[in-house]
Design a protein around this ligand. Sequence first.
Ligand SMILES: [Zn+2]
Ligand SMILES: [Zn+2]
Length: 364
Amino acid sequence: MSEKAKALILQGPNHLTLEEFPLPEISDDDALIQVYACGLCGTDHEQFSGALPIGGPTIPGHETVGRIIKIGDAAKERFKVDLNDIVAVEVFQSCRNCINCNSGDYRHCVNHGLFDMYGFIPINKPPSLWGGYSTHLYISKDAMLIKIPDSLDPRLATLFNPLGAGIRWAVEVPNTKAGDVVSILGPGIRGISGVVAAKNSGAEFVMVTGFGPRDKGRLEFAKQFGADLVVDTQIQDPVKELKSKTGRLSDVVVDVTAKSTAAFGQAVNLCSEGGTVVIAGTKGAYGAENLSIDSIIYKEIKILGALGVDINSYSKAIEILNSNQFPFKELSRLEIGLDEAQNLLSELSCGRQDALHCLINPFK
Ligand SMILES: [Zn+2]
Ligand SMILES: [Zn+2]
């Protein structure tokens, strides 16, 4: 094991530097992991490009899986893990003591919250190692860990985040039931994870939509993961296609598209009377094109926002990944080292990279 951690620091928009840090002292309450892999998502390239501002130089990376190489006794007890265990690290921290943490809503912890998440904490906060683009990650007393079974490849395990999102957005938030018709807008990794989650919860029919030639391969993947129907909305009308196959509209519609102005309107059109629309893909400053507000009223649609994932969904994601029921190994995957991250993030931020699952292996 090296004496020092090697990590990428995001200094400002589009500017990463590679630096070394001393490994932190670990006390009774905290731990240190050696990082196996850190998954990348849309948030990574938004942070990289500056669309999502940072509060000073920061080690990014919030979908981290690693092995515990140092841990205090109290930390073992609190996290229910041991030395050498492989763990995924929850993005949010929880003080386990405030009113929100006590009610289970730890993501709104009054002592942590949105600006104190792994991958977003500036390096000026000791001991600096708060992000997954690094050989080592510091596990604070308020961190939350999910144990990874030895039988699961740690690189695949980084899918705990997107698959957890699919479970929360396509099943937990809308309360998807056996027999439901589910439509998922957006065939990226979170859309495909939504298919897995919906099918796994007994949904009878799942449609996935994409837009144009770029999504063609992704829609094919969606079929391999159980989608009953895939639709290219550039050339097909999703409402017509869904009705021709099922004779009805969707009980649940999940919009995971980023910055697509047409998706919300489509989601409302695809939703049945009394159905639920979950909006999980952020649109920035963009509006909602062709949105029929009256349809929301006439059909009494429930519109629910979903922000991120929670630890229950992560645990279910690890169970599904470990079950080998779905072909996650076959996903188009790009695994890079720290030195290639600048390039990959530039490609991702301008949509020039098509791999569905990108990850950084800091020891590659
Ligand atoms: Zn992410
Ligand atoms: Zn709290």
